[in-house]
Write a protein that binds this ligand. Sequence first.
Ligand SMILES: Cc1cc2nc3c(=O)[nH]c(=O)nc-3n(C[C@H](O)[C@H](O)[C@H](O)COP(=O)(O)O)c2cc1C
Ligand code: SF4
Length: 490
Amino acid sequence: MWKPAERIRFEPARGSIPTADQARASQLFSPVALGPLTLRHRTWVPAMVPWRSNEDGEVTEDVIQWYARFAKGRPGAIVIEATGIRDVPSGPLLRIGDDRYVDGLRRLTRAVNEASGGHTRLLIQIIDFLRIRRRPDPRTFFERHLALTPALLARAGLTGLSETAAREALLALGAAGWAQVLDPRDRQSLEFGARESVNDLYLPHIQSLPEELPSLFSQAARRSRDAGFDGVELHYAHAYTMASFLSTTNQRTDGYGGSREARVRLPLEVYQAVRSEVGSGYAVGCRFLAEECIDGGTQVDDSLWYGVQFALAGMDFLSTSRGGKFDDAKQPSVGQAAYPYTGRSGYECMPQYLSDAQGPFGRNRAATARIRQAIHAAGCTTPVVCTGGVHNFDFAEAMLTAGDCDVVGTARQSLADPDWALKTLLGRADAVRLCEYTNYCEGLDQKHKQVTCQLWDREDLNEPGIRMSHDGKRRLVAPAWKDAPAGLEQ
Ligand SMILES: Cc1cc2nc3c(=O)[nH]c(=O)nc-3n(C[C@H](O)[C@H](O)[C@H](O)COP(=O)(O)O)c2cc1C
Ligand code: SF4
């Protein structure tokens, strides 16, 4: 991952330890309505892909155990990881692209409901993404992938050669020659792996995204309702299709790119299709970027405008993130795919303990506060969820009392200790296992390995019934809270 030059070391702080009475009287542990859905508390576990599904994208026992463990900590809401809306092979990413997934997802919603004693509301994040290839070795690229256009052959002085001879000659040019003859897109495919973009209007399936996506999303949302989820989060953030429509890099010329109004058009059309499918009684919101954090990318002025459009359109909640783009991702090794959390924008999304002067805590707070202010100025009260580097009661409560957000998301802190909110509510914040922001978990995610936390994955390995990672070395869910009060034993 990209690292800031300063490399200042930050340590998480426990903050004050509220008594159970103080916690109960706090904003954090007060209810909040997301349209038709009421959360008992303002604690929120945002989407995190843990790589627990199988090659068919199904709900496995590991998926169930993973989410049931979070549910035992009784957060206000859990958002199930980014789940694919298409019925296409996507590796071990959870899928919701066909009705056959509903039964498995229903088992998941029931398990979470049971594990939280009915305290936690469950949403699912639904995602579309475009094709990305692994970085090829140059021979494969020149022999098989590169399209030999007349312009390329002319630039390389190879017009008239047979295809085989032209490909051999191009390969023989070497890095300096490739830099001169390949166009920027082909160079990107050679150096990073080919990656489709929403701007590729010459590809029929990219051109037709505005026709296809509304029904793909709305059918996925309908399945989520049928499976018993309390709501759906449309994934409009990070490196994926819908975020690419919102991005300033979207230069489509078909009315869905260029100006801000055109860039938000498809995200609004997708929302409207989802709303007509699931009705007003079902919670629908989106996750989008407060800032893209890439050169020339969207900034807060764009996203507060987007936030207002989403709120006016009737979304029930808005959840913000930042960065996480392919545009500035590091070059992967040959045979690996680019990962959108390796550049500066990736750092902004999941900053770690070695940071710049701003530090890794609450990095998305100021931008989110501005988005919320703009939404209120437009006459809406749509709840806003802010996530990023929050790991203690004081910080979360301060964000809420300052009016920076309505709900506080904690991803890595919830992974480090799924009981952190429950412990805090019960006056036991002293027992919280604090996330150290090492990004060990993010490193596993990058390799598509089963995600665990280094603070607990080698602990109590002889506990009866625990499931282990594929390499047999790590436990897959956090250990139980051993001295939990009576009635909450895990
Ligand atoms: C292992 C892992 C997987 C993640 N997967 C997703 C995801 O599926 N969808 C999403 O919107 N964000 C995802 N994120 C980003 C988190 O939701 C969150 O925005 C980020 O970790 C910053 O919050 P934190 O500082 O509380 O961890 C993931 C983060 C981690 C660590
Ligand atoms: S591995 Fe654990 S401690 Fe490290 S960043 Fe992830 S959740 Fe936090």
